[in-house]
Design a protein around this ligand. Structure first.
Ligand code: C2E
Ligand code: MG
Ligand code: MG
Ligand code: MG
Length: 281
């Protein structure tokens, strides 16, 4: 009896493992097709000055227009993309498309030549030995000036490989490319760590912004982060501003830039272009 039970249990386990493996393989295949085909799209979320209300640039956010499933968001495919290494070609596609699009807007709307484009790069991408060459090629191909490109880096990469990170970031800075640390406060990047890297911008994670005015200590922490970043010569962007109260608190703390649904949701390229074309910038 024990033997039969054992085998039955084994088979159930096996079947569900099998299902999962098949689904994963399917997603992986779909993802490959998405990259080589024409299923990846960029949305652009404005980054706004909390002082003047003007848009300073956009963050490019990846979306997958799946032929059957419809819109798929990064949370659903970035983890698998990272596991399989597909993140490398995917991020390069994002980089090229972002640079191309911003350059096109700069030509079309010369009054807004100052706009910048923020691009998220996975830690894996930063560890690629030929990253600099690839970026050089993309900038040359698209004609975008390096100072209008801002790369967003995760805390994890800075902490796990501080020496490597610092060397790569220095080379990027030499080319005038701007650098931002993304989702600050969610990892373990101590405030005392920041000065080791040549960062231009610190982005305060949404989890802090959403607790402003809810948890008193959070206001104290955010204020400390803003002032430390300023003392280190960095600009600060608050992510995920959803209410006027959050915006007002951040303004009172001298946080100079914001991003979030209150200011604008991520826009498809037509909507982003309409925003640039309208006088509201
Ligand atoms: P992130 O870089 O921190 O991007 C901000 C995320 O917050 C975006 O989610 C954006 O849509 C969302 N967001 C913005 N404002 C608000 C708000 O007011 N409220 C709320 N609830 N959410 C807001 P999204 O587009 O789903 O992207 C999630 C993450 O996926 C990004 O977080 C980024 O880490 C990653 N990601 C997106 N595009 C790329 C890419 O091209 N390459 C890589 N490697 N990662 C990417
Ligand atoms: Mg980001
Ligand atoms: Mg972020
Ligand atoms: Mg975030």
């Amino acid at each position: 009896i024990a033997k039969t039970e054992g085998r039955a249990r084994y088979q159930v386990f096996d079947a569900s493992m099998h299902d999962r493996a098949v689904r994963r393989l399917q997603l992986e295949n779909d993802l490959r097709r998405a990259i080589s085909g024409d299923e990846l799209r960029l949305f652009y979320q404005p980054i706004v000055s909390l002082i003047t209300g003007k848009i300073t640039g956009f963050e490019a956010l990846l979306r997958w227009q799946h032929p059957q499933k419809g819109w798929v968001y990064p949370g659903e495919f970035i983890p698998l993309a990272e596991e399989t290494g597909l993140i490398l070609p995917m991020d390069l596609w994002v980089l090229r498309e972002s640079c191309r699009q911003l350059k096109q807007w700069q030509i079309q709307y010369p009054n807004y030549r100052y706009l910048t484009i923020n691009v998220n790069l996975s830690g894996q991408q930063f560890s690629q030995p030929n990253l600099l060459e690839k970026i050089d090629i993309i900038l040359a191909e698209t004609g975008l000036d390096a100072e209008h490109l801002k790369l967003e880096i995760t805390e994890a990469f800075l902490i796990n490989k501080p020496e490597e990170a610092s060397a790569t970031l220095k080379l990027l800075k030499k080319r005038q490319i701007k650098l931002a640390i993304d989702d600050f406060g969610t990892g373990y990047c101590g405030l005392n760590y920041l000065h080791r890297f040549p960062l231009d911008t610190l982005k305060i994670d949404r989890s802090f912004v959403s607790k402003l005015g809810v948890e008193r200590e959070v206001s104290i922490i955010v204020e400390a982060i803003v002032s430390l970043a300023h003392n280190l010569g960095m600009e600060v962007v608050a992510e995920g501003i959803e209410t006027k109260e959050q915006q007002a608190q951040l303004q009172a703390m001298q946080c100079e830039y914001g991003q979030g649904y209150l200011l604008s949701k991520p826009l498809d390229k037509e909507a982003a272009q309409l925003l640039i074309a309208s006088s509201s910038l």
